[in-house]
Design a protein around this ligand. Sequence first.
Ligand SMILES: NC(=O)c1ccc[n+]([C@@H]2O[C@H](COP(=O)([O-])OP(=O)(O)OC[C@H]3O[C@@H](n4cnc5c(N)ncnc54)[C@H](O)[C@@H]3O)[C@@H](O)[C@H]2O)c1
Ligand SMILES: O=C(O)C[C@H](O)C(=O)O
Length: 311
Amino acid sequence: MKVTIVGAGNVGASCADVISYRGIASEVVLLDIKEGFAEGKAMDIMQCATNTGFNTQLTGVTNDYSKTANSDVVVITSGIPRKPGMTREELIGINAGIVKSVTENILAHSPNTIIVVVSNPMDTMTYLALKSTGLPKNRIIGMGGALDSSRFKYYLSKALDKPANDVSAMVIGGHGDTTMIPLTRLASYNGIPVSEFLSQEELDKVAADTMVGGATLTGLLGTSAWYAPGASVAYLVDSILNNQKKMIACSVFLEGEYGQSDICIGVPCIIGKNGIEEIVDITLNDAEKGLFSKSADAVRSMNDALKSVLA
Ligand SMILES: NC(=O)c1ccc[n+]([C@@H]2O[C@H](COP(=O)([O-])OP(=O)(O)OC[C@H]3O[C@@H](n4cnc5c(N)ncnc54)[C@H](O)[C@@H]3O)[C@@H](O)[C@H]2O)c1
Ligand SMILES: O=C(O)C[C@H](O)C(=O)O
């Protein structure tokens, strides 16, 4: 199985590292526009192979899309990250042009691929990739919910003082500081609702910390995060390539589900060899419905900024 990762920066390289190390794909191509950069990252990662024991063939290329031909999955991480104090939405001006041109180049060499969009603002970039290519909705997947859910589980585990892997929880809605919806009501510790262990005040703090999880890291690091984003992409790619049918919150084009249409936004999806295999339309309570509708309004207004790019 072959995976291409466009953008060999922090997230792209981290994702290539996890995919290689875990043997998720037999072949990985890392592509970047910066001369020699992807080649260097690929060489550095490949020099781990004998110490960590993997056999994935990872190569780096400078803007040579012919090397990406016949990829089963393509991950788009090319674009600029935010700096402290910025929102993801402020990246749209530069990243929209990059995502559109990268998508065209990719499809010229891998017409049947499944595209995973990571560049921010991710829900809008996913919508752009879908609208500009006309690909069926199952083949364009926005990655954000897997990351936001892993952060939600992290903050829950800290509050519970229990292992994160004993916590089950999901974040839906937009991948933005104010648009994410941590589904606290449905979160559980070993099958028991977390509300049995944590006060409403503690749960509210966990949800608030989750929503600004990316901004917190950007403030600490000076640029946005990469280890958990890279691992979250790898988790999603694993479910596609190995047809695992995992339920993962992904940004997907909605046609009536959750009361929304003509928008890409995070909802639970079954992810397998065909990409998005099912949108899981769960019943939200009134408060959650209100939050989802507000989140969709915000994402939709951001999509309006794409008019000139899509014209
Ligand atoms: N969806 C998510 O959950 C999530 C998580 C983390 C980061 N991100 C986003 O991912 C993007 C990348 O973040 P990063 O930290 O890796 O940034 P980075 O600056 O470290 O890497 C981006 C790379 O893209 C390359 N690039 C730019 N234009 C290109 C083009 N046209 N073709 C090929 N390569 C090109 C750059 O040379 C650079 O190496 C940002 O937009 C960031 O906001 C999203
Ligand atoms: O926070 C960011 O800007 C990057 C990414 O979306 C994240 O959540 O880490």
